[in-house]
Design a protein around this ligand. Structure first.
Ligand code: 2P0
Length: 345
C-alpha cells in the first residue's frame, strides 16, 4: 500500500512513501546459466522454475526525505557491508530514475529460512525489494514490469514474481524489454513435492554470479550447454503441460548435471558439489532403481533438491533423513507469487 502521511517528528512536511511485499524462493528445473549482458542481467538461455511455499523474504521500503543515504536492515540488524549496500543502492537507483525521485530509502528485510545456512536467496530478496520499492514510490506494479525490474537485481528474481511453474523467456532485444518471466502453470494445478536437503558443507568458494561468468568466458563445455538447453526447455514445458512427472524429473536432473558439468571445464575449474552432495545424488538414484520416482536438481551450491510426487513424499523424506551427512530435509510444495502486506505503522 502506498502511504503518504505527514511526519509527526519534523515540523516541516515530509512525505513518507512506504510499502511491504513478500516473495518466495524458486527452484530452477531448467537452469539460468550465463548472461549475454551483465549490466542488464540478460540471460543466454530461457529457464523454467517452480516457486516454493517454504522460504520467503518480506521487505518494507520507505523512501524518506530526511535520509542522507539508503539504510538496509536484515533480520533487524543494520547491514554496513559495502558491496552489499552498493548492489542495493544501484538497484534502488534504477527505480528512483524511473520515478524521477531523489529520496533515499530505509529497507527492512526479514529472511524466513529455517536456518541461516545454504538457502539464502537473492531471488526472493530482489523480488520482494522490487515489489516493495516500486509500490512505495508509486510506480506501476503489474507483474511484467515487476519481473523486468526484479531481473536487474538478480536474474532468478524475475521468476519469483509469479507462483507455480514459471518460464523466464530470455528475449532477444538489446535493451532487455522482452526478457521477463511468465507463469506457465498455477500452483494449484500440479502439487508436486520438492524435498530440500541441507547437507554438511564448507562455505562455497565461487559465488554463482562469478561462476556463471567464468564458465561462459572459459569453459569449452559451455557451447554444449547452449546447443541443448532450448531442447531441454521444450521437454520441460511439454511435461508440465501433460503433468508427466517422469518426463519432468528426467529432464530436470539431466539439465542440472549438464550445468554443473560446464563448471568442470572452466579455467580455473570449480565445482559446487561436495562429498555429501554426491551421497544424496546416489541415494536418489538408488531410490529410483527401487521403483520410486525421485529426481534431483542442484543449484550453485552443495544442497540437493529432490523432486517427487506427493504419494511418495513420506518415503522419500524418510530415506533422505537416513543419510548421515544430511543435516535436515525441508518439504516444499508449489508456492505463490508476490504479495503485498498492509500495515498500519
Ligand atoms: C537458476 N542460478 O536458474 C540458476 C541455476 C544458480 C544455478 O540463478 O548474477 O543469483 O544475480 O543474476 O540469479 C543463481 O544466480 O545470479 C541462479 P545473478 P543469480 O536459478
Amino acid at each position: 500500500m502506498v502511504v503518504s502521511v505527514r511526519s509527526k517528528r519534523l515540523d516541516k512536511e515530509v512525505a513518507f512513501l512506504k510499502a511491504t511485499a513478500k516473495a518466495y524462493t524458486n527452484i530452477a528445473l531448467i537452469k539460468y546459466w550465463g548472461k549475454r549482458d551483465d549490466r542488464l542481467f540478460l540471460p543466454t538461455n530461457s529457464s523454467v522454475s517452480l516457486t516454493l511455499d517454504r522460504f520467503y523474504t518480506e521487505t518494507s521500503v520507505e523512501f524518506r526525505s530526511d535520509l542522507p543515504s539508503d539504510q538496509f536492515y536484515l533480520d533487524g540488524k543494520i547491514v554496513n557491508e559495502e558491496t552489499e549496500m552498493a548492489k542495493i543502492s544501484r538497484f534502488l537507483n534504477l527505480i528512483r530514475d524511473i520515478a524521477n525521485e531523489k529520496k533515499f530509502a530505509t529497507i527492512q528485510s526479514v529472511n524466513k529460512v529455517p536456518i541461516a545456512a545454504g538457502f539464502a536467496s537473492s531471488a526472493s530478496g530482489y523480488a520482494a525489494l522490487a515489489a516493495a520499492a516500486m509500490k512505495a514510490i508509486g510506480l506501476q506494479t503489474d507483474k511484467k514490469t515487476l519481473s523486468q525490474i526484479a531481473r536487474q537485481g538478480s536474474g532468478s528474481a524475475c521468476r519469483s514474481v509469479y507462483g507455480g511453474f514459471v518460464e523466464w523467456n530470455k528475449g532477444n532485444r538489446e535493451d532487455g524489454s522482452d526478457s521477463f518471466a511468465n507463469q506457465i502453470l498455477e500452483k494449484e494445478k500440479w502439487d508436486i513435492s520438492v524435498l530440500s536437503t541441507l547437507v554438511e558443507s564448507q562455505p562455497k568458494e565461487v559465488l554463482s554470479r562469478e561462476g556463471m561468468k567464468r564458465t561462459v568466458d572459459t569453459s569449452p563445455f559451455y557451447p554444449g550447454w547452449l546447443a541443448t538447453v532450448e531442447q531441454d526447455l521444450a521437454i520441460a514445458k511439454n511435461a508440465i503441460e501433460l503433468r508427466d512427472f517422469e518426463m519432468l524429473g528426467e529432464v530436470a536432473e539431466r539439465n542440472a548435471l549438464k550445468m554443473h558439468a560446464t563448471t568442470l571445464g572452466a579455467n580455473p575449474p570449480f565445482m559446487y558439489w561436495q562429498s555429501a552432495t554426491l551421497q544424496v545424488m546416489e541415494h536418489v538414484q538408488a531410490l529410483r532403481a527401487s521403483g520410486i520416482q525421485a529426481y534431483f536438481t542442484i543449484d550453485a551450491g552443495p544442497n540437493v533438491k529432490v523432486l517427487c510426487q506427493q504419494k511418495d513424499e513420506q518415503i522419500v523424506y524418510d530415506e533422505l533423513k537416513k543419510i548421515p551427512t544430511v543435516k535436515d530435509v525441508y518439504t516444499c510444495h508449489p508456492g505463490p507469487g508476490i504479495s503485498y502486506i498492509t500495515s498500519n505503522d
